[in-house]
Design a protein around this ligand. Structure first.
Ligand code: NAG
Ligand code: NAG
Ligand code: NAG
Ligand code: NAG
Ligand code: NAG
Ligand code: NAG
Ligand code: NAG
Ligand code: NAG
Ligand code: NAG
Length: 661
């Protein structure tokens, strides 16, 4: 330490001499002893955890955290024609709680604000808005991404990328380094291992070099990733905050920064990489001498051989008795595969006290995992293992769908022909319980509107937010769940597909629920996103009218909700359909708009239904609501003349509803 003092002094004097305008040159070999915001700006989840920065915490929620150096980095100096250069070096560690959960990673960021507007959690690093809307503030980011998102063109689940204002990288490269002989050595970034990263930015040549290597490996001379493009110049502002950001969903991933140095007057000082804390998955032995390790290894191997042969005999016997062994295909699929013992324990042996409900798909139990996370376990019976297998292939790709308005799947388990799907637990149950019958507490109008907007966003994500269109097929109020903040989440997506893999091939049954089914599905047509829109329209009407889609108790010509509302509309009395129990809460125009939206979605001609993008534009952006309502009025008018009339003019107008991209 003492050795450093004169060196530091010289540096400080040197930098004073060179440029009195705020040069940055710092080194934290550890974050020990930093107690307040003078030395580090921590945002949201980010906390100092003894000697390291922990960017996100152990909560099971969508969240993010950022850590910035409190002083901005000067990127454009008044007397200079080019952008400044800098060099930085840091040590980080990424350790997930469950190794097979989706990965997020962390990002090194230059931003002119410590809170970029519209920043999202999950795969957006707590920095970017989603892919469709570019971020406003200049963001120059190097991502260390530990998850693969095909919709962002990610090459794999362990890569480095250069991001300019968008989560879709300009250039990316698998993490690793080139050794002295030029061979590429991959580096896994999601094992908790401490990883050393170097970033060099040359503002004159618009070049960024990024290098990673495990600590202990000296700095490789060839960078892992090199990106050079003058357009970098568009993504810097005069002064920028510099730091780190990370985000996550319900899956816990610890993203840590252990040490950091940066300089804009030369090369960043070398970090002293001795004595770093070690982060690894629980239940792993640590720090043993070579002899001890050898002893343990030999012991373990012998023990394993004995166990394995014993187990093999046992297993063979068991296999003969029971057809329940894990098949190869079951191991390939993500998300997490639970064992039946784990689920038995979580649900108290599937006790009836924990039964949340039972529906067409089977029973649903409430469970509590060992880490106190509450889950809902849905048991689905199926008559063929083949059907389950095809279904799992789809479910596992859908397990990757993540959106704040979808009920997230946490894992699954199979026993015989029974499949158990584990979802996050929604404490407030399903929407129908809050709107129909005699609810203990009636949902107010504002909350209903918000839930509809939430569901529209979730469904829009399924239809348009992914590289393939995901059709839900069974949208209904009992499949819409309310989370702890009473926000709407769409559940059971994809589940309907299970029932399509019927016993005999090519005997696709119509799937869905009576009252919500689009009329074209009565013919042979396969479900489309337009048939989902129809079902969503029925949900809108249900929620606005406080009535089930088919009500047996009322007079016959009123029993089908959609027909009844349409009829009232053609008589110019659409507002009579509104739920009378909440009549003091809504503005008449607003109720009318929502009812018309519902009718527009239920147009008999699938071509003329709005898309979910349009629905989101109307339901979410409330200010614009007045404009489309009139257009939809036109649409609904064509409707009451039972199709054909109204013609292409209306269709064009609906086209115009599409928000500008
Ligand atoms: C910019 O101005 C500072 C002092 O104001 C000076 O030290 C530095 O050399 C100047 N840089 C250039 C490129 O002229
Ligand atoms: C932060 O701590 C330093 C001592 O390390 C002290 O001088 C300073 O006043 C503190 N600042 C704030 C904002 O508390
Ligand atoms: C924190 O910042 C203050 C003021 O800039 C500085 O004097 C102090 O040395 C810093 N502390 C650490 C641990 O870097
Ligand atoms: C995580 O951080 C958030 C603040 O961003 C806080 O509200 C929450 O209580 C924290 N959770 C845990 C488990 O520390
Ligand atoms: C960041 O830059 C953008 C565009 O240059 C500007 O509109 C915005 O006001 C800046 N924000 C801050 C906090 O400087
Ligand atoms: C980046 O790496 C290349 C190749 O090693 C080198 O020529 C270039 O000078 C480096 N640029 C920076 C900014 O370090
Ligand atoms: C940046 O690149 C330019 C042109 O290639 C070179 O002259 C300059 O020395 C580089 N600056 C730094 C700090 O590496
Ligand atoms: C690195 O730190 C250790 C103690 O943490 C110290 O013994 C060692 O001398 C340091 N190395 C250098 C090069 O400063
Ligand atoms: C992205 O966000 C915008 C506005 O917040 C929204 O309209 C759009 O549907 C979102 N896209 C996805 C894929 O979530």
């Amino acid at each position: 330490m003492r050795l450093f003092v004169p060196f530091l002094l010289i540096l400080v004097l040197f930098q004073r001499f060179l440029s009195p305008i705020s040069a940055l040159d710092f080194i934290y070999n550890s974050f020990n002893g930093i107690i307040n915001s003078t030395n580090l700006t921590l945002i949201n989840d980010a906390k100092l955890d003894s000697s390291v920065i922990r960017l996100t915490n152990d909560s099971n929620q969508f969240s993010f955290g950022r850590a910035f150096y409190p002083t901005k980095l000067t990127m454009i100096r008044s007397n200079s024609s080019s952008i400044s250069s800098f060099s930085t070096s840091f040590v980080f560690s990424v350790l997930p709680e469950i190794a097979t959960s989706p990965g997020f990673g962390l990002a090194f960021v230059l931003s002119n604000s410590t809170s970029p507007p519209g920043a999202l959690a999950s795969q957006y690093f707590g920095l970017f808005t989603n892919a469709t809307v570019p971020s406003v503030s200049p963001l120059l980011v190097v991502e260390f991404d530990t998850g693969r998102n095909p919709e962002f063109n990610d090459p794999d689940d362990n890569h480095i990328g250069i991001d300019l204002n968008s989560v879709i990288s300009e250039k990316s490269q698998t993490a690793g380094y080139y050794d002295s002989s030029g061979g590429f050595v991959p580096v896994r970034m999601r094992t908790g291992e401490n990883i050393h990263a170097w970033i060099d930015f040359n503002g004159t040549s618009f070049e960024i070099n990024v290098t990673v290597a495990p600590i202990g490996v000296s700095r490789p001379s060839v960078p892992t990733l090199s990106y050079k493009d003058p357009k970098i110049g568009n993504y810097v502002s005069a002064e920028m905050f510099v730091g780190f950001s990370a985000s996550k969903t319900e899956w816990v991933e610890a993203q840590r920064v252990l040490a950091w140095s940066l300089s804009d007057i030369g090369t960043a000082r070398e970090i002293n990489t001795t004595n770093f804390p070690v982060f690894e998955a629980k239940s792993t032995a640590n720090s043993l001498s070579g002899g001890e390790i050898a002893g343990i290894v030999i012991g373990c191997v012998a023990f394993l051989i004995i166990c394995a042969s014993g187990f093999y005999l046992f297993w063979r016997k068991r296999k003969e008795q029971e057809e329940d062994e894990i098949e190869d295909w079951e191991l390939q699929y993500w998300p997490h595969r639970f064992s039946i013992e784990e689920l038995n324990l979580a649900t108290n042996g599937f006790s009836n006290d924990d039964l949340l409900g039972s529906g067409g798909f089977g029973k649903v139990y409430k469970g509590t995992l060992p880490n106190n996370t509450e889950v809902a376990v849905k048991c689905v019976n199926h008559d063929s293992k083949q059907g389950l297998r095809e279904f799992m292939a789809e479910i596992s790709s859908m397990g990757r769908l993540q959106h704040k308005n979808l009920v997230q799947m946490r894992g699954w388990c199979r026993k015989g022909n029974q499949l158990m799907l584990v979802y996050e637990y929604m404490p407030n149950g399903s929407l129908n319980k809050w709107v129909f019958d005699k609810p203990t507490k009636l949902l107010g109008w504002e909350q209903r509107r918000r839930v509809l907007a939430d569901v529209a966003e979730g469904l829009n994500y399924l239809h348009h937010g992914w590289d393939q269109v995901v059709i839900h097929r069974d949208i209904k109020s009992s499949n819409i769940l309310l989370d702890s903040e009473m926000r709407g989440r769409l559940g059971d997506f994809g589940l309907a597909k299970l029932y399509e893999h019927g016993e005999a091939p090519n005997t696709t049954r119509v799937v869905g629920t009576l009252g919500y089914l689009a009329p074209e599905l009565a013919k042979v047509t396969a479900p489309t996103s337009a048939s989902d829109v129809y079902s969503f329209g029925v949900v809108i009407l249900e929620v606005a009218c406080g009535r089930r889609p088919i009500e047996m108790a009322v007079e016959e010509d009123e029993s089908v909700l959609v027909d009844w509302v349409r009829d009232l509309y053609s008589k110019g009395k659409i507002c009579e359909a509104a739920d009378q129990r909440i009549r003091d809460e809504y503005k008449v125009e607003e109720m009318e708009m929502v009812l018309k939206l519902g009718l527009a979605c239920c147009h008999p001609d699938p071509q003329r239904r709005p898309t979910m993008k349009e629905m989101v534009a109307v339901l979410v952006a409330e200010k614009e609501a007045a404009v489309p309502a009139d257009l939809l009025l036109e649409l609904a008018r064509g409707d009451s003349n039972s199709g054909g009339v109204g013609g292409s003019g209306v269709a064009q107008e609906v086209e115009q509803l599409q928000p500008p991209v």
